[in-house]
Design a protein around this ligand. Structure first.
Ligand SMILES: Cc1ncc(COP(=O)(O)O)c(C=O)c1O
Length: 387
């Protein structure tokens, strides 16, 4: 029996005996919060990303919040990020008392931040950039890092969409100063809730580790294992800890990540064959010599002026779930005032045309073809004037 109302959901989680057994072992171990599984997951994640430190946290938003605090971003600072983005990064900037400054995207073929517009947004208060790898496709990190070096700001990667994506073989998340991952239920590595901060900077890692758990110098696990008796509180931290059950799921999922990303790549390539250029549709992010995508989202651009709500409704009627990633942040009420400070013409134009199609590693060929047919027919039907 399908767990979904629709024949092809936007994303789907594969549940199997290995995951069930891993969770059961964590449950019966009797140690449920941070312990050996979290430590193992952190080590495995650090090795996977090729970084010195990985710090497990409660979710991807907590990772962004801690990255900003670790980088010393605070009141009066500005942080540049693309507006075509999930709102978590902007919210995290607001929570540390800084101001988000939105930059534009490159264009129809690359929905990532535009380094030129980003540099134009740099001012005396710019303290950091949060670089999103939209849909799992690496943004232009070489250009961004060159600007960061010239202008002197910190580069935080929002790699929530990009676990396993790489540039010249180097993993996204490990390219800037500090990287943030999400293990939310719909991500490439689904756990439910969970996240990870990665960095090669030992000082940053130590700050993030302290802030994750109330700024306390020792953890319950250390106490229980006789490693520590007293503790100090050295900063006003949070409870952003990851637990053993989630780490157990994360470890199983990590073992499958590369194969799943490869399956996602094959599905996106099939979508491209079936859709690119058909009926005015286009798919951003083609093949790139240096950059390898994690294919988190299958995004198409609808023809100019196509009525997206009607197309989505028709696709839903045909059993296909769709979404929009994302309504740009600067259009939300909470960000309208800061959002109006800079023109974002490409974001404005492209946002109207975005449509996200179903994508998950175990999609069948029939499902991919059914989605492609549904979108083509919905677009063609919407273009036909009612008689
Ligand atoms: C680009 C991006 N950044 C950050 C987040 C926040 O992650 P989480 O939901 O784990 O807090 C998400 C996903 O939800 C996301 O898509």
């Amino acid at each position: 029996v399908s767990r979904h109302r629709l024949a092809v959901p936007l994303s789907d989680i594969a549940v199997d005996a290995e995951i069930e057994a891993a969770v059961e072992r964590a449950v019966v171990s009797g140690w449920w919060s941070m312990g050996p599984r979290v430590a193992e997951f952190e080590q495995a994640w650090a090795a996977f990303c090729g970084v010195k430190s990985a710090i497990g946290v409660a979710n991807g938003t907590a990772a962004l919040h801690l990255a900003l605090l670790g980088a010393g971003v605070g009141h009066g600072d500005e942080v540049i990020l693309p507006s075509l983005n999930f709102v978590a990064a902007a919210n995290s900037v607001a929570h540390v008392g800084a101001v988000p400054v939105f930059c534009d995207v490159k264009g129809e073929h690359d929905l990532n931040l535009d380094p030129e517009d980003l540099e134009a947004a740099v001012g005396p208060r710019t303290k950091a950039v949060i670089a999103l790898h939209y849909a799992g496709f690496p943004c232009d990190m070489d250009a961004l890092l060159a600007i960061a070096e010239r202008q002197g700001f910190v580069v935080i990667e929002d790699a929530a969409h990009a676990p396993g994506a790489s540039v010249d073989g180097r993993m996204c998340g490990a390219l800037g100063d500090i990287g943030c991952f999400s293990f939310f239920a719909n991500k490439n590595l689904p756990v439910g809730e969970g996240g990870m901060v990665v960095t090669n900077d030992a000082t940053l890692a130590e700050r993030v580790r302290l802030l994750r758990s109330h700024g306390m110098t020792r953890l319950t696990w250390d106490h229980d294992h006789g490693h520590a008796h007293g503790y100090d509180v050295v900063s006003a931290g949070f409870n952003y800890r990851l637990d053993e059950l989630r780490a157990a799921v994360g470890l199983v999922q990590l073992g499958r990540l590369q194969a799943r990303n490869a399956a996602r790549a094959r599905i996106v390539a099939r979508y491209r064959e079936l859709l690119d250029g058909v009926d005015g549709l286009s798919l951003p992010f083609g093949e790139h010599e240096q950059r390898s995508s994690a294919h988190h989202l299958a995004v198409v651009l609808l023809p100019h002026g196509a009525p997206r709500p009607a197309i989505q409704k028709e696709m839903e009627r045909r059993g296909v779930q769709t979404s929009v990633h994302y309504p740009p942040i600067h259009r939300f009420s909470a960000y309208a005032a800061v959002g109006s400070r800079r023109p974002l013409p490409r974001t404005e134009r492209l946002a109207e045309r975005l449509l996200t199609l179903p994508l998950y590693a175990h999609m069948t060929d029939d499902q991919v073809e059914a989605v492609a047919e549904a979108v083509c027919e919905a677009v063609a039907g919407a273009a036909t004037p009612a008689s």
